[in-house]
Every structure is written in structure tokens, then in C-alpha cells.
Ligand binder design. Structure first.
Ligand SMILES: *[C@@H]1O[C@H](CO)[C@@H](O)[C@H](O)[C@H]1NC(C)=O
Ligand SMILES: *[C@@H]1O[C@H](CO)[C@@H](O)[C@H](O)[C@H]1NC(C)=O
Ligand SMILES: *[C@@H]1O[C@H](CO)[C@@H](O)[C@H](O)[C@H]1NC(C)=O
Ligand SMILES: *[C@@H]1O[C@H](CO)[C@@H](O)[C@H](O)[C@H]1NC(C)=O
Ligand SMILES: *[C@@H]1O[C@H](CO)[C@@H](O)[C@H](O)[C@H]1NC(C)=O
Ligand SMILES: *[C@@H]1O[C@H](CO)[C@@H](O)[C@H](O)[C@H]1NC(C)=O
Length: 388
């Protein structure tokens, strides 16, 4: 997935980091990245962006929604763009079975904005898209243990999809009136179960980390014969899952869901964060592409995973989801990572926009998934030509 450029926006959003380079002193990186994204028309679905296009749109909507809430005086700039992005998705995501068969689970990241925009208007394209996205969870293919396939790869489940599934599944269920309360309870149980089953298959007790995914049939060349797990801890995948836990708990709390749903998610978040902290690169303050193999040849500090862990640490403290004895460390590491990102990975372009460097393009398990393949090529996300 190629969406990592937006992660910088989302992370910067929450803390409003001011740019410090000479001449930029009155700019905030979050707003600067947002105006750069708008000028490149990123996050608007055109149908030409491949299977990760839906995630890019959904991620822009989520980042801009956070940005609007954080800077209400800028909402008149960001809200129309959220609407433009969401409207562009209604053309592509309004067929539930097509959604389920042809887009990765990341499509569900678009559900939050279309739900907010539809406000129970049964006929608007936003409402139709929200319903089609929700229905696509029911139609999504599953393995024999009821785990959702991430995409078209038979019986493979990835951590990545949870970032889009968890918050939308929760928000839809908790805000859509239902005559059948047991169906609503079953949906929330299923949502929590999807986190559980990924954890059960991919958690490695000796590292305290989760690997990228698993093959329920254990047939893939990379699959562990007992658990089905893939062999390596990919930073961005773990980052999606960590942010998913955080944002889902936030949604459950905001919508006053019964506390039993948050309990196992919070426990997972609090179990993962110490392992994430343990694996920070002490020299730079970033995280490695293959998280737990710092010294291995070819490994590098990967900027999207670094942004995601920074987000998780800082937001985890802000919302009180981390034990107080971790707060100081979490704030220090999160802030340090953010400085690394703005000092070393944000690229200032000649046209006055910014872009984001040092992020891996994609890291698919549709491969041998060896260490070498897991490193993949670094990609400088181009500015104007960036594939949306
Ligand atoms: C929805 O998508 C399915 C699966 O691709 C397809 O068979 C069906 O014709 C589509 N329905 C409409 C109304 O386009
Ligand atoms: C509902 O959506 C339709 C189609 O977009 C629009 O024409 C209508 O004004 C909307 N109604 C309300 C009450 O928002
Ligand atoms: C209510 O939802 C439950 C759980 O999904 C389902 O088993 C049951 O058939 C539903 N009842 C009705 C009347 O739709
Ligand atoms: C857990 O991780 C360690 C360190 O990378 C590795 O040696 C071990 O084989 C892993 N265990 C399983 C069950 O995959
Ligand atoms: C982007 O990162 C790569 C790899 O670290 C580096 O070689 C390149 O100079 C960077 N590009 C810019 C524009 O900073
Ligand atoms: C998976 O990899 C094969 C071989 O490289 C390729 O032909 C195929 O298109 C890939 N599938 C997807 C969905 O990317």
C-alpha cells in the first residue's frame, strides 16, 4: 500500500508541529502537508490508482477530519476537500459485492466520512456507499476460522486491514439504529474477534511483536506450519494494527459502547507498545523496515512505520490508554520520532509544497516473503505526479 505520505499529515496534525527551517517559521507541517495534498489532488478516486486508491482516499478523509477538529478555523478549507474525496468514492464503492471481491479491506477507511456526510439520508450517494461498505464486510471472504481475507489472496489475512475495519465497523454498528440488538452485538463481537484471530496467529512471544499476516491453509511458501504466520515483522503492517487498536478504542469510547468490547483491544495495545518501545533505534529515534532485525544488512529506518509508531505513542498518552509509568518514555520517543521525520524525511519541493521520503512502496506477501524481499525498494513519493 502506498498511502504513507498521508501518515505524516495525520501525525503532524495531532500535535501541530511548527516547521523550524528559516522562512518557514509560521507554517505548521500538518497544514503545509494538507495544502500540498490538496494541490496535488491526492485522495480523490479516479479509478486509475490501482487497488490502494481507496485507502489513499480514506486516509486523506481521516487525516483531514482530525485536522479540521484540531484547527476549527481551517475547517472551511478541509471540510470541502473531505466531501470532494468522499464523493469521488461513491462512484467506485457503492456496490457491496464488488467492494468485497475487488478491493482490499482498506476500502473500509472510507466508511467514516460517508457515514458522517450521509446523516441518515436514505437516498444520498453517501448513504448508499456507507451501506455498501458495511454490507461488504458481511460478503468479504473468510477462512474456516472466520478470519477475513485481506484481499484476493486465498485464505491470507494481514494486520493491515484492521486499521480500516475496526473504527468503521464500530462506528456503523453504534450509530445506525437496528431493530435487532443481537445483530449489533454480533457485529461488535466479530470486530473484536478479527483483532483476536490475527493476534493468535501472528504474535511471537519472544519478540512481543506481530508478523505481517498468516495463511490459514499454511500453504504459502512462507507460512509457518503450525501457526500459518509469515516470518517477518514488517513495520508498517504492525503500525496499521497498532493505530487500529487505538482508533477503534477511541470510537468505542466516543459512542459509549459497553466496556467489554474495549477490554481486549486495550490489553493488546498495552502489550504491544512496550515491545514497540523496545525496538526503537536508539541512534536515530526511528523504527526499522524489518522491525526486530536492526543490524541485518540492507535494513533501513522506514519513515511511514516511524510515523505510525509516533502517532500511537503520543495519541496513546493523550487519550490515557497507556499506563502512567510509560507516559514519559512514550512522549519522549514519539516527539523524537516526529523530529526525525520533519528533519530527515520531509522534502521541501521547489514549488513550495512538501512531500515525504524514505517510505517503502509496498511489501506484499504475494512473494517468497524472504528477508530480502521484505526490504523491497525505497520510494521517494513524487509530488505532482504521485499516483493517487
Ligand atoms: C455489483 O458487483 C457484482 C460483482 O462484481 C456484479 O456481479 C454486479 O453486476 C454489480 N451490480 C451492479 C448493480 O452493478
Ligand atoms: C438526500 O440526498 C439527495 C441526493 O444526494 C439530495 O438530493 C437530498 O437533498 C438529500 N436530502 C437531505 C434531507 O439531505
Ligand atoms: C438478529 O440477529 C441475529 C444475529 O445476527 C440473527 O441470528 C437473527 O436471525 C436476527 N433476527 C432477525 C429477526 O433478523
Ligand atoms: C519468534 O521470533 C524469534 C526471533 O526473531 C525467532 O527466532 C522465532 O523463530 C520466532 N518464533 C516463532 C514461533 O516464529
Ligand atoms: C530520499 O531518501 C533517499 C534514501 O535515504 C536518499 O538517498 C535521497 O537523497 C532522499 N531524497 C531527498 C529529496 O531528500
Ligand atoms: C501476485 O504476484 C504474481 C506474480 O508476481 C502476479 O502475477 C500477480 O498479479 C500478483 N497478484 C496481485 C493481486 O497483485
Amino acid at each position: 500500500m502506498h498511502a504513507s505520505i498521508y501518515i505524516a499529515t495525520l501525525v503532524a496534525t495531532l500535535f501541530g508541529v511548527p516547521a523550524t527551517a528559516t522562512g518557514d517559521s509560521c507554517k505548521l507541517y500538518s497544514q503545509w502537508m494538507a495544502s500540498s495534498i490538496i494541490s496535488r489532488e491526492q485522495g480523490i478516486m479516479t479509478g486509475a490508482g490501482g487497488s490502494s486508491e481507496a485507502l489513499q482516499a480514506g486516509f486523506v478523509q481521516k487525516a483531514f477530519t482530525a485536522l479540521s477538529a484540531y484547527y476549527p478555523n481551517k475547517a472551511s478549507t478541509y471540510e470541502p476537500y473531505i466531501q470532494k474525496s468522499a464523493f469521488s468514492t461513491t462512484h467506485f464503492l457503492s456496490n457491496a459485492s464488488y467492494n468485497a471481491l475487488s478491493y482490499p479491506m482498506d476500502r473500509l477507511s472510507n466508511g467514516n466520512a460517508v457515514l458522517a456526510l450521509s446523516r441518515a439520508n436514505g437516498t444520498s450517494p453517501y448513504r448508499i456507499t456507507a451501506e455498501a461498505l458495511r454490507q461488504s464486510i458481511t460478503l468479504n471472504r473468510r477462512n474456516s476460522e472466520n478470519g477475513l481475507w485481506y484481499f484476493v489472496y486465498p485464505y491470507w489475512s494481514y494486520l493491515d486491514g484492521m486499521y480500516s475495519l475496526g473504527p468503521f465497523y464500530s462506528l456503523y454498528t453504534l450509530t445506525t439504529p437496528s431493530k435487532n440488538s443481537s445483530a449489533a452485538a454480533a457485529a461488535l463481537d466479530d470486530m473484536v474477534y478479527q483483532f483476536d484471530i490475527l493476534w493468535e496467529h501472528t504474535y511471537n512471544a519472544s519478540t512481543g511483536l506481530l508478523t505481517h499476516g498468516y495463511d490459514a491453509l499454511r500453504k504459502a511458501v512462507w507460512a509457518d506450519q503450525v501457526t500459518g504466520a509469515s516470518p517477518y515483522v514488517w513495520g508498517r503492517s504492525l503500525g496499521w494494527y497498532t493505530m487500529a487498536l487505538l482508533d477503534t478504542i477511541e470510537t468505542l469510547d466516543k459512542e459509549k459502547a459497553p466496556s467489554k468490547y474495549r477490554t481486549s483491544l486495550l490489553e493488546k495495545f498495552q502489550t504491544l507498545i512496550p515491545a514497540v518501545i523496545k525496538n526503537v533505534d536508539s541512534e536515530t529515534g526511528g523504527w526499522w523496515q524489518v522491525v526486530d532485525q536492526a543490524e541485518r544488512e540492507g535494513n533501513y529506518i522506514e519513515s511511514s512505520a516511524t510515523a505510525m509508531f509516533s502517532y500511537s505513542l503520543l495519541k496513546g498518552v493523550r487519550l490515557g490508554y497507556l499506563p502512567s509509568e510509560l507516559a514519559t518514555t512514550a512522549i519522549n520517543l514519539g516527539t523524537r520520532a516526529q523530529k526525525l521525520l520533519t528533519d530527515s524525511f520531509v522534502v521541501k519541493e521547489a514549488d513550495g509544497t512538501i512531500s515525504y521520503n524514505g517510505t517503502v512502496a509496498v511489501c506484499s506477501l504475494n512473494s517468497t516473503a524472504t528477508y530480502e524481499v521484505s526490504l523491497f525498494a525505497l520510494e521517494l513519493i513524487p509530488t505532482v505526479t504521485s499516483a493517487v
